[in-house]
Design a protein around this ligand. Sequence first.
Ligand code: NAD
Length: 378
Amino acid sequence: MPGTFSYHVPTKLHFGVNALTDAGTLTRPFGRRALVVSMPVKSYLAPSFAILKKSLEDAGMTVSLFDGVVPNPTLSSVEAGSRFAREAGVDVVVGIGGGSVMDTAKAIAVGATHAGSLWNYIWSSDTQPTDKTLPIVAIPTTSGTGSHVTQVSVFTNEDERYKSAIFNERIFPDLAIVDPTLMVTAPAEVSAPTGFDVFTHAFESYIHANTSPIVRTLAREVVGLVGRYLPIVLEDPANLEARTQMALADTLAGMCIANAGVTLPHGIGMAVGGFYPNIAHGQALAIVYPEFVKYTLASAPDDFEMLRTSLAPAAASPQDAIETFLDRIGLRKRLRDFGAKASDLDALAVQCMVLPDYQANPRVASAEDMRAIVEAVY
Ligand code: NAD
């Protein structure tokens, strides 16, 4: 019998092929002046940006553009966006892009209306965003981080090599528009790590100390969807059915992390991201996963059996299943493959224990365990 639990995601979701064309009517209630946040508008983003801009303008809105988002956003990049928003004087922030863009949009919604450095608002700080936070519309182009339905905005303090996050109810997007046609342009180098990230959100929420029956039901569905549709997306990027199923999985997985959270792999993956911004977030997680499975398996054998049957049912063990799946999606790598240095490992292992995520794992790592895991994935 389940114990007491809560479930909460306040974001209004509009989902479907060509859903982007409805952006204007859905965003107009938040104000007249929109700030669109994105990476540089060229190539793949140009057609979606044009649809978004037209839809907002047709609804009577003015559109400013901040297109200075960088992958794995930095404190200086989110603060540059906040300054831009203050000068432009906007009512609503609309992020169109991957997790880096949506997280930047959320940070800008805080930074445009709150004084001081945005680093003062990270999860561990006494200072937190207030109801002055601007309304947020999130439009994902990857599947993905789930950021369109979470209360999280991740960015890195580049001076401290520390990747952390604002974690606050106020930055749940007010509206998420999920249009799978926006994802078909993503090449395998983008879809593989982002798709693996979806799986990790679901599986870590499934085993999290704060999981619940709702989260576990959603998570089980997500792991099955990723196991089935991510390989299809990689083989056939224009397959709209597979893109739609991955977008659905991404959204459900975001709802999982918003209500449970992530565990040991993200504790390590975030630290890796702070040290090595060149490693995509999902790739950092993929580097960690085989060792995480080995370390945690005996503490939650039934949960890992779900992983095996969903990802690679023919595999002899959960360990074999994750390695087989990572081989299949091309992410079976080590830290050293990305230029990591052995001399960083002591400091990296310490950083892995700064975020509390690792404590929610079925097996909680000691400092010695963490050092050994980091060594093993190097
Ligand atoms: P990303 O946003 O950094 O994008 C990666 C690359 O993909 C970029 O170069 C981008 O230009 C390209 N791209 C994006 N969409 C594309 C498309 N449709 N076609 C072609 N190219 C495309 O990657 P991401 O994995 O979506 O986001 C990673 C960030 O999100 C990390 O900082 C991570 O820590 C964070 N994150 C946040 C949450 C949250 O809840 N807020 C959860 C997980 C991860």
